[in-house]
Structures are given as C-alpha cells and as structure tokens.
Design a protein around this ligand. Sequence first.
Ligand code: MN
Length: 200
Amino acid sequence: MFTLPKLNYEFAALEPHIDARTMEIHYTKHHQGYTDKLNAAIEGSSLAEKTIEEILAKVSEESTAVRNNGGGFYNHSLFWSIMSSQGGGEPTGALADAITQSFGSFEEFKTQFSTAAATQFGSGWAWLVVHEGELSVGSTPNQDNPLMDITGLDGSPILGLDVWEHAYYLNYQNRRPDYILSFWNVVDWEEVARRFEAAA
Ligand code: MN
C-alpha cells in the first residue's frame, strides 16, 4: 500500500510564489485523495505488490482508477520534491550541459517548458523528460505522465509542473502564465540534477 510522502518543508515555505493555503489543500486533500483512491483500487490485487513505477509502466492494462490515481500519487510526489524555498536560478554541471545541448540555451528550454505548461488544454502537467539520453519537454492531460505506456511522451520525468487549476487558482485565479513564471523561483535544480543523473 502507498503512503503520502512526507513534505520536506512547511506549507508556507514556497511563498509568495505558491501560497500556504494552496499547498495545504493540495497536499492534505488532493494528494492524500489520490493516494487513498490508488490504495482502494489496488487492494487485494497483484498490483499491491508492485512499485508505482512498475504499475505506471503497464497502466494500459489497468482500470481508469489506477491510471488516474496512480498518476496523481506519483506526479505530486515528484512535484513536491523538485521545489524548495532555496530554489530558482539555473542548473549547473551535467544537467546544464544537457539542457544547452538539447535546447540551445537555458532560456530556450524555459520558453519551451513554459509554453507546454501554458498550452496544455484543461488539467494536466508539463514535463522535462530524459529518454535514451536525450532531454525533451511536453505535456500530458489529467494525471497521465511519461512513465505510462499510453502517452506520446516517453521517458523518465525529472521536472514536472502541475497546471490543474487546484494548483494555482486561490492565488492566481485564471492567470496560469503568472503561476508558471513564479514556478521558476522555486525549482530545486539540485534535485532535478539528481533525478537526471539517476535516469541517465
Ligand atoms: Mn495537483
């Protein structure tokens, strides 16, 4: 059975970019809800013995409840981990080199990622993924993610941005582009680099 991962910072830690009330509701209600519903969906089945990565890799064979809640469980766990009150700035080292190689520059990467986040119609996520050594950006609807065998975006996600309205509406209302712009101030590039090295 899956448990809600511990949050490594206070709900107010990411202010003013992400407000405490949004963090609290997002973590204690939305993420907890996905976790509980995932557990309910896999209880008593062979999936209860698998890792979340194993479940997502063959999610095309599973129910909509496993797809939506398994994605929701995984995506939010990643999302909290790649943000920090000490975030922002730019990556360094191998990740910085790979971004420059794949996108031309860090600024061009930010533009492409922000565009993917802004243009995802309705609810979903924007991603930076590593696939066969190459970096790429894209988006997925609902709680789908690049580990699933049902999306057009394949690879290991190392950075993700939740663009569901529940992620920003209290503070930004309909202004998703402002939320996306603020997100760059809290990205924990050390954690993204750690995930990059683990995936590469
Ligand atoms: Mn969310």
